[in-house]
Design a protein around this ligand. Structure first.
Ligand SMILES: [Zn+2]
Length: 298
């Protein structure tokens, strides 16, 4: 009985002790230049600090500075896959770190390679290696000579989810998703009792995201193709119907639709109808710099 009273007394304090977690969309667009959006990029703020980046496509670095994020506060970068619209601004971020107090290890996670794409480790090496990297003058960030060291990690392709990172109350899990022939990863970021899950680009064929995202507070899903998409497009991307099916199976508390492209922009009503065939929770359509504090609506 005494124990129960103590728990009841402490529970409001435990809630207060939960960190404040906010997702900020850096880039809500895809690879086109005509969508007037930065390419894919997301930032997780924890107690007011910019701690975790997910993807960093073209334009995301400008958004990063516009929203007041600091490189020196970053712990981890999670790459869903290595397409240009998810990675192009990484060199900008690394170079600009020189002008800050950023130091220690900045971890980059991404998929292992196949015959279509390099592994994440190899990708980072090809960009910055001080012998033969494209930007070899930034090689100090790999070899121990600069204050900020990039530590890259490959995530093996697997339909079994795996914890890839733990630090304090942050725990990050990853699982493979189907994005045509391109190795691709979905991530779930747990911070205390709160969670945000990122689909990345995928078409749903592996049926892994619904498990990874089970009861997540916020599920960020990529809407790169419209209702009647066919052919190669649906081998790479999920239709709105599949978005709704996955969100329902996952029992996601809310969904944010991102990676919006010219072929899906302006079709939100149609997309929403398709999603609503299965999923009844909150659905929001992302714009650059929009913020979502977890849990939504409180
Ligand atoms: Zn993409």
């Amino acid at each position: 009985m005494k124990k129960l009273i103590l728990i009841l007394l402490l529970s409001p304090l435990l809630l207060l002790a939960q960190p404040k977690v906010t997702l900020q969309v850096l880039g809500s667009g895809g690879p086109e230049s005509g969508d007037k959006r930065a390419s894919s990029g997301y930032l997780i703020w924890i107690d007011g600090k910019s701690r975790i980046l997910i993807d960093f496509g073209g334009g995301a670095s400008l958004r990063f500075e516009e929203v007041g994020a600091r490189i020196q506060d970053l712990d981890v970068i999670l790459l869903s896959h290595l397409h240009v619209d998810h990675t192009a601004d990484l060199p900008t971020l690394l170079k600009s770190s020189f002008f800050t107090s950023a130091s220690g290890h900045l971890h980059i996670f991404g998929p292992d390679g196949n015959d279509q794409m390099p592994s994440t480790k190899s990708f980072v090496k090809r960009l910055f290696d001080d012998n033969d990297g494209a930007w070899q003058y930034l090689g100090d960030h790999l070899d121990g000579n600069a204050r900020l060291q990039l530590k890259s990690h490959n995530i093996a392709m697997s339909k079994k989810e795996k914890v890839i990172y733990k630090q304090g109350d942050i725990s990050i899990s990853a699982v493979s998703v189907h994005h045509g022939p391109i190795p691709a990863i979905a991530y779930r970021v747990n911070i205390g009792k709160k969670s945000i899950t990122f689909s990345g680009d995928m078409n749903g064929d592996y049926h892994t995201l619904e498990k990874l995202a089970f009861k997540t507070d916020l599920l960020v899903m990529h809407n790169a193709v419209p209702k009647n998409a066919k052919g190669v497009a649906v081998k790479l991307h999920m239709t709105p119907l599949i978005i709704g099916e996955i969100a329902k199976k996952a029992e996601a508390k809310a969904v944010v639709i991102s990676h919006r492209m010219l072929r899906t922009l302006g079709k939100e009503k149609e997309t929403q109808c398709e999603i609503r065939r299965n999923y009844e929770g909150d659905v929001d359509y992302a714009n650059d710099k929009e913020k979502y504090t977890i849990p939504l609506g409180r």
